[in-house]
Design a protein around this ligand. Structure first.
Ligand code: MRU
Length: 335
């Protein structure tokens, strides 16, 4: 059974502090919206669907005190991280319910249930792609920790593993914050799924030596034309996969699809503290005085995507725009 990244009980949001994994399993208990905003900003909780759900509960916590209006709480939470569209969808799901006089806690719970259910369906929809695969490569962490439960990219891997137990996963380490080696490897190890962590620079080697049957990643925002943002380094993997004829799949729930952004050029890319690059966990590895740059995401053009694994099945990039009506039917309108 996959781990659960967060849960809401007794008017508190309980989170696994993902900065501490895999060395320690530390829980944080948050009672205020400003605490939730800080947890998202500092990546106690991370991964697009998970920060959307955390933000939804942040809105619910704000609604319990007269100090916050729905607009003020939404503004604070929106300012935490700019790229993942799910964050804005999660906030809006509760803001609009609150504005209509509905129970914000019930709205946040309903939003969480929807995200978890969609990720489960992604697992079922994507597993046939891996039915006869020997080896799959993934980048960053698109598992239960990133989505509350199941995962996006890891959901089809989990389901496929049940019937194809020899399935092997190459896990990119994912510098600078090592979401692959710290978090994805931790999830796979807990569940007995065979894997190896590889240096980010090694993916091209394995792809060009035909040791990878498919690449499967998550997304932080998908534009109307199928261009998508995901963790920095995804673009390189997509280009090298394409060059070597390896299928490249992107798994995401409806909350990641931003139909109002025509192309990837319209997706805002978060730039984080350069210190994250200059250090390896707590140890400074670059000389004092060397500056760094730290874009947290890159945008991969749709032409490199073989298919999007959605809750409603696998679709080609040119079919993304046509999903809007279905996504709207299955979820509330995006902000
Ligand atoms: O900076 P992070 O760790 O929040 O970035 C996460 C990713 O890029 C994931 O691949 C993405 O959110 C998809 S997760 C289901």
């Amino acid at each position: 059974m996959p781990v659960r990244a967060l849960w809401y009980r007794g008017h508190s949001l309980h989170l696994i502090d993902q900065r501490e994994l895999p060395a320690r399993r530390v829980l944080r208990h948050l009672k205020r919206v400003d605490e939730v905003a800080e947890a998202i900003r500092t990546m106690v909780v991370r991964g697009a669907p998970a920060i959307g759900v955390a933000a939804a509960y942040g809105m619910a916590l704000a609604s319990r005190t007269p100090r916050w209006t729905s607009e003020k709480a939404a503004r604070l939470l929106r300012s935490t991280r700019p790229t993942a569209f799910d964050l804005f969808v999660g906030i809006e799901a509760v803001r609009s319910a609150w504005a209509r006089g509905e129970d914000p806690e019930a709205a946040a719970r309903a939003y969480e249930t929807r995200v978890v259910d969609e990720c489960h369906r992604i697992g079922t929809a994507g597993a046939p792609l891996l039915a006869s695969a020997h080896t799959v490569l993934t980048h960053c962490n698109a598992g239960a920790l990133a989505t509350v439960k199941w995962g996006t990219a890891l959901a089809p891997i989990r389901v496929a593993h049940e019937t194809n137990p020899k399935l092997f996963v190459f896990v990119d380490e994912t510098r600078p914050l090592l979401q692959g080696s710290r978090l994805t490897a931790w999830e796979l190890a807990r569940e007995g799924i065979a894997h190896a962590v590889i240096a980010d620079n090694a993916a091209g080697y394995y792809l060009s030596h035909h040791e990878v049957d498919a690449v499967l990643v998550g997304a932080d925002r998908i534009a109307r034309n199928g261009d998508f943002a995901n963790k920095i380094g995804t673009y390189e993997k997509a280009v090298v996969a394409h060059e070597n004829g390896v299928p490249f799949y992107v798994a995401a729930p409806w909350s990641t699809f931003d139909f109002r952004r025509p192309t990837g050029a319209d997706i805002p890319v978060e730039e984080r503290d350069p210190e994250e690059v200059l250090r390896l966990t707590d140890v400074r590895v670059a000389p004092r005085g060397s500056p760094a740059r730290n874009p947290a995401f890159d945008v991969t053009p749709a032409k490199y995507v073989t298919g999007f694994v959605t809750p409603a099945g696998v679709v080609r990039p040119r079919e993304v725009a046509r999903l809007e009506a279905k996504a709207r039917r299955e979820s509330r309108p995006p902000p």
